[in-house]
Write a protein that binds this ligand. Structure first.
Ligand code: FMN
Length: 366
């Protein structure tokens, strides 16, 4: 018997048939010494595929630029040993019955000087700001912008060659791409700064270069968030019209899907409608969207990072929205850390077997 047929129906994303709507949300682990994913990393993702996840987005994995990494145990996505490790990860996930895309990442001004795989590199961001008024590292030159956009495109090509099913660009949570989007950290007066739609120019360049590198058939997703780690309450787009202006350049550049990061999927994005961030993004662009935020759990993830436990929670409200077509895919984070078999348990209706999320699941070893 299959519970929730809407959640377990397939979905086609730019020609890629995803067996169900459950997407494992990207979650940093720091279990790849020297930046190289080990056999344990492959086994960790394989267990989630075998547990019924349709599409896995990997933990953030850093592009080929000295300033990209902030931790030498976060995997890279360019060195030969790392790509060999990633090939094994992709193959094992496929054997487990799932699909997988890497989350390509540049940590921007969230990187502490002296950290990561290249401790001597400078921390880089659009205007040398971590948050409004807080200077860190250096402002990117035009050459830096070009080099980093090229590195995202190179990572996209490497993903296809390593057998991945698409890529996700990390454009959320106050990391590099997002600090171009955010007015508070982008004070540039060149073509990469300006009004909200103009501040998408860096992301647009990445999408266009990646698209040119891999052609039209390789799925490209960008993760976006209104909130920043530096400011959880921030909204870049305060109404649907502004959100549309923000999204359109990325649609025109050839993105296939928006992963709309929120901490609680049931929260309306704007007054006067129940639609959430993924709901509005789908309505305004016509493109598929992924929702995320406390699916299957009673509490949200920032509190979880602070050690707060969450109980398993019903997903009926989520299913109602999915059935209405508000969004297409459902990101699940912590519930899959605590239980690799979460998806199959939901499918079989084994709700009494669902686990709570505890502090020790945060950096899941298994
Ligand atoms: C341990 C941990 C690591 C995370 N790392 C990333 C990351 O590398 N990239 C990213 O975009 N989001 C990251 N997130 C956010 C998750 O992808 C997700 O959006 C968030 O946990 C909300 O989903 P949940 O409530 O189902 O856990 C992380 C979350 C957790 C709990």
């Amino acid at each position: 018997m299959t519970n929730y047929p809407a959640l377990f129906s397939s979905f086609t994303l730019n020609g890629l048939e995803i067996p169900n709507r459950i997407v494992m949300a990207p979650m940093t682990r720091s279990f790849s010494p020297g930046g190289h994913p080990t056999e344990d990393v492959a086994a960790y993702y394989r267990r989630r595929a075998e547990g019924g996840v349709g599409l896995i987005i990997t933990e953030g994995t850093t592009i080929d630029h000295p300033s990209a990494s902030m931790d030498d145990k976060i995997p890279d996505f360019h060195s030969k040993p790392a790509l060999d490790g990633w090939k094994r990860v992709a193959a094992e996930v496929h054997e487990g019955g799932g699909l997988i895309m890497p989350q390509l990442w540049h940590t921007g001004s969230m990187r502490f000087e002296g950290s990561g795989l290249n401790p001597d590199a400078s921390t880089l961001s659009p205007s040398g700001l971590k948050y409004p008024g807080k200077e860190v590292g250096k402002a990117m030159t035009k050459q830096d912008v070009t080099d980093i956009a090229d590195a995202f495109a190179k990572g996209t090509e490497a993903a296809r060659e390593a057998g991945f099913d698409g890529v996700q660009f990390h454009g959320a949570h106050g990391y590099l791409i997002d600090t171009f989007f955010w007015e508070g950290t982008n004070e540039r007066d060149d073509e990469y700064g300006g009004a909200l739609e103009e501040r998408t120019a860096f992301a647009v360049e990445i999408i266009e270069k990646a698209r040119a590198a891999v052609g039209k058939d390789f799925p490209l997703i960008i993760r976006i968030s209104q909130w920043k780690q530096q400011d959880f309450e921030h909204k870049m787009a305060t109404d649907p019209e502004k959100l549309k202006a923000f999204l359109k350049p990325m649609v025109d550049a050839g993105i296939d899907c928006f992963d709309c990061s929120t901490r609680r999927f049931w929260e309306p994005e704007f007054e006067g409608s129940d639609l959430n961030f993924a709901g509005w993004t789908k309505q305004l662009t016509g493109l598929p969207t992924i929702t995320v935020g406390s699916v299957g759990l009673s509490g949200e993830f920032v509190a979880g990072m602070g050690g707060e436990s969450s109980q398993a929670a019903p997903i009926d409200g989520l299913i109602e929205r999915l059935e209405k077509g508000e969004f297409d895919l459902v990101g699940v984070g912590r519930a899959l850390l605590s239980d690799p078999g979460w998806a199959n348990k939901i499918r079989a209706g084994n709700f009494d077997q669902l686990k709570a999320f505890e502090r020790d699941h945060m950096m899941s070893l298994s």
